[in-house]
Ligand binder design. Sequence first.
Ligand SMILES: [Zn+2]
Length: 122
Amino acid sequence: MNKCTNCNKEFEGRSDAKFCSDSCRIKRYRTVVTDNVVTDNKASNVTAKSGEPIIGIFGEDIRDYGPQELYDAIAVYAEDSWVNSPEYALLDKRLKAWTEEKLREEGYYVPQWKIKNKYVMK
Ligand SMILES: [Zn+2]
């Protein structure tokens, strides 16, 4: 039996599955990843040279990943190791660089700090 990381419900599934459902995975993602500002992100210091692929946990180049692919990859990392993942570094970069409108358009969750900063910075 697995225990869901988000709701603690026990569920049947692959032994490495961490969530009972997609909605739990997304909920957990939203609270953990988008509502915390991660300042100690080692992966973001590892900037790929232009033209060089950034290889993620699935062994693929993640530079063309959209939000869902990034969220899925981040959910695969054990415990809190997603913080230092290249997927999170890329996501973090986009969350910081893109406008709230663009993030919404592209299907990203807009983190609380992004919404707040908008008013502070104006
Ligand atoms: Zn659950």
